[in-house]
Each structure stands twice: as structure tokens, then as C-alpha cells.
Ligand binder design. Structure first.
Ligand code: 0O2
Length: 221
């Protein structure tokens, strides 16, 4: 009974949150951040294409986090589901993922963003040099910029993930596993899949390195 009541309260909070994050003001603010960052990233990509004679960016994708996903993350971190907590406690309400061809391109993009003086890097995590226990690899930047359409001094914060095509392919399958298991950590078949995924993350990283070496050799011909 208590459980059912809790579920109803949760559903009501998620509904309220969904309403709040679909207001014009909210969507405009985070879409602004995405548009500015995306144009910086694609602009730099184009410059590199000309300089290097090849594409460093394969794809750029972005998303605004859904109410359900915000709610799950707030609960995981021990916060009540509310708009205030979402804005204050989460840095990835808006996210951009930059998928690069090779690992050195990932670091090129990372360095480019770090050197910009119109954005601030609040946090940087290099899960390529220090992969997560799951095998996950990517560079994560939490980026903040001015929001000129808001109140004086208002900022907008976003998460940027930079990874190779191969890391992305791995992460998508891993994400699917997390989604399917709904955070369940145990179970024989889940454990077996996790183990295999960890092994393949290593193999993929090895292939990324080999492909980069090949590219460099081809460039020297
Ligand atoms: P969705 O659906 O992508 O929005 P923190 O733990 O906060 O100190 P971190 O790792 O930067 O540092 O943050 P967090 O919140 O753990 O992960 C942020 C996002 O990175 C996740 O968003 C995923 O997109 C991705 N990510 C992190 N770890 C993994 C992983 O082990 N596997 C995969 N596939 N993705 C990962 P969300 O909110 O989980 O999901």
C-alpha cells in the first residue's frame, strides 16, 4: 500500500518536472547552449578538415534529458525529484556528444574546447586514460557559458562527451544493457555480459590504437 502511494507521489513529481522542463523558457535556455557549442565544434571540425585534409568529426549528436531520466539520476544521487534539484545538482540536462574518427582527434577537440575563452570548463574527466570499471571510455567536459537571454549574469551549463566511433559503438550497447537491467547489478547472464563487454572495451581500445598507427603510416607515404 505504502509502495503504491510512493509510486503515485513519484509519478506526480515526474509529471510536474516534465511540465517544467517543457516550458519555452527552459527549452530556449538549454537549446541556446547546444546551438552555440555545436557551432563551435562543427566550425573547428571544418577548420581541421581543411588543414588535415580529412574529417576529424564523424557526428555530433545532442539531447535534452527527459524527465524520467532526470528523475532516475536525482534518485540515484539521493535527491528529491524537483526542477530546482535538477538544475542545481545535474550538469547534463543538456548534452552534446562529439564522435570523432580517431583517438588523437578526440584530444584535439578536447584541447580546442579547453582553450576557448568564451566558455568555462567546470569539470573534466578523462575516461580514456582512466576508463570506468565497466570499460566505458570517453572524455567528459562540464561546460558553462553566459546566457545573454536570461537574467544578468545567468549561465547555462552543459555536458560534452567526446569519444571515437568505436568507443561510441561500445557505449551504445553498454547503455542498452544498463537500460534493460534497470540498474540491476546481479544475475548470472548479466554478469557474463558485463564481463564480455569489459573484454571487448579493451579489444576496441586496441583496435583504435592500431587504426591510428595505420593512419599515421598512410599519411607518411
Ligand atoms: P544518458 O541517457 O546518456 O543521459 P560523476 O559520476 O557525475 O562524477 P560522470 O561519469 O561524468 O561523473 O557522470 P555520470 O553522471 O556518471 O555519467 C554521465 C553520462 O556519461 C551518462 O549519462 C552516460 O551518458 C555516460 N556514461 C557514464 N558512465 C557510463 C558507462 O559506464 N556506460 C555508458 N554507456 N555510459 C556512461 P546518463 O545520465 O547515465 O544517461
Amino acid at each position: 500500500m505504502g509502495n503504491q502511494r510512493e509510486q503515485l507521489i513519484r509519478a506526480e513529481r515526474v509529471r510536474e518536472l516534465a511540465e517544467n522542463i517543457s516550458t519555452k523558457q527552459f527549452v530556449q535556455k538549454y537549446s541556446y547552449g547546444i546551438t552555440i557549442l555545436e557551432s563551435m565544434i562543427t566550425g573547428y571540425g571544418r577548420k581541421c578538415d581543411q588543414r588535415l585534409g580529412r574529417s576529424i568529426v564523424d557526428t555530433v549528436v545532442y539531447r535534452l534529458k527527459t524527465a524520467e531520466s532526470i528523475a532516475d539520476k536525482l534518485e540515484k544521487k539521493g535527491y528529491e525529484i524537483s526542477l530546482t534539484n535538477a538544475v542545481e545538482q545535474l550538469s547534463d540536462l543538456a548534452g552534446i556528444r562529439v564522435i570523432c574518427s580517431f583517438c588523437d582527434d578526440v584530444y584535439r577537440m578536447d584541447e580546442f574546447l579547453q582553450q576557448r575563452n568564451d566558455i568555462a570548463i567546470c569539470r573534466r574527466k578523462d575516461y580514456i586514460r582512466n576508463p570506468k570499471e565497466s570499460g566505458y571510455r570517453s572524455i567528459h567536459l562540464i561546460v558553462e557559458m553566459d546566457y545573454p537571454l536570461g537574467a544578468a549574469g545567468e549561465k547555462v551549463r552543459l555536458e560534452v562527451q567526446i569519444r571515437t566511433v568505436a568507443m561510441n559503438y561500445w557505449a551504445k550497447l553498454d547503455h542498452q544493457l544498463c537500460y534493460k537491467t534497470g540498474g540491476r547489478r546481479s544475475g548470472q547472464s548479466i554478469e557474463q555480459i558485463r564481463r564480455e563487454l569489459r573484454t571487448y572495451a579493451e579489444e576496441i581500445s586496441g583496435i583504435d590504437e592500431k587504426m591510428l598507427n595505420l593512419r599515421k603510416r598512410i599519411e607518411e607515404i
